[in-house]
Each structure stands twice: as C-alpha cells, then as structure tokens.
Write a protein that binds this ligand. Sequence first.
Ligand code: ZN
Length: 63
Amino acid sequence: MEDRECINCKIQMKEAWINTGAGVLILEQPIKGFKRKACGVTTYVCSSCGHVEFVAENKELFK
Ligand SMILES: [Zn+2]
C-alpha cells in the first residue's frame, strides 16, 4: 500500500479491486513450467480521469 499520484491529474489515486471472478489478479514470471514465481497486483484508480494503474506487490521477483 502506498500513495500513488495520477500521471494526468496529479491527485491521489484510490485503491480498487479488479473483478476477475476470483477477485485477485496474479502477476507471474513469463517462463514455462510449474516453478514460476508469482505475486499479487495492487490496483489504483483515479477518481477524476479514470486512469488505472497496476503495481506488483513483489517487484523483486522480476529482477
Ligand atoms: Zn487522473
């Protein structure tokens, strides 16, 4: 959880949920097999222009 600013409006974005049926969005490493690492995604939406941003919860996985 962090403060995100809309790139268009420069106001604070609100946290949102993406409804995928399961309620969560999972980001995975782009490799084949069962040992892929994955993490959740936090979603933010701007209440002024509607811009949506996804932020990986564990970005270190992708280094
Ligand atoms: Zn905005």
